[in-house]
Design a protein around this ligand. Sequence first.
Ligand SMILES: [Zn+2]
Ligand SMILES: [Zn+2]
Length: 338
Amino acid sequence: MKGLVYMGPEDLRLMDRMEPKLADNQVLLRVKYCGICGSDMTMYAGKHTRLQPDTVLGHEFVGEVVEIRTDKQSDLKIGDYVAVEPIIHCHQCFYCKSGRYNLCHHRGVYGCDVDGGFAELVQAPLDKIIKLPKSGELKKMALIEPLAVAVSVANKCQFRVGDTVVVLGGGTIGLLVAQVMEHSAAGNVIVSEIDPYRLQKARALGLNAVNPNQEDLESRVKELKKDGADVVIDSVGHAEAIKTAFELVRRGGLINIVALYHGKVPVDLLQLVYSEIDLKGTFIYTYQDFITAKELLERELIAAEALITAVYPLAEAVDVFKKMHYKNEGLKTLIKVF
Ligand SMILES: [Zn+2]
Ligand SMILES: [Zn+2]
């Protein structure tokens, strides 16, 4: 079978790989679609600390069940469409046992610590399989993983009906978070983005999008809520973004960071104390967020399809990564594997 293999920095190769052998309680999938994530680009650049050469990348994949190896009772059948919640964890530690396995010390992810979804076949544990509806578009279901991140972010915001929410950054995660927040009855969601393409995309999704270089974001927020935003979500990850978050949030409000910061940035901790601001981070998700993401997609409450801006066959994946490394346009790029 073919797989897209990381061999070193900026060195991806489409290679013949051994077909995965199933252990007990594992499932073999024929991968249909696999999304390219920001972290895949970090891996491509050779900047991921755990990734070793000779690994198939890809953690945002959906596919069809071709083999099941288990004695356990399961309603899973050959031919079912499924997604995989791609986090590997130890099941033993404090975090795993208290349901927060996204924080496990021995955490890993498909497409980095084990072979991932940019391959014709991939194995996955039965307890990480999410069964998808057989009807409808499988393609949009490839967004279940980033949507699970967005669900996890929203669940950590403690917002109330009618709240004003600002999402900094209109990339895939930002636009998914904004949509989830709208469906969760936060009253006024504003997306702040400077890239014209992403702005237009956000507006096409019916979101209230502002270009802070052209309009005064703070006064737009204060038109909605005099004291400032109840919640600010940072999906950008620059010093400027966290500074903006502190300017926009009201006293007693909450800032939730989902962006991955590289390097340290100054934060006004005096304001944090004086204004009693809750500062939070959200790292990925757990299984239940995946289930919620699936339900949101199934019920067509999230415009996921609109965020898919390009689909390429696996044969072109090496070139696609190379191009995206130099210029990353659009939102979500999918590789059609099979
Ligand atoms: Zn991802
Ligand atoms: Zn653990």
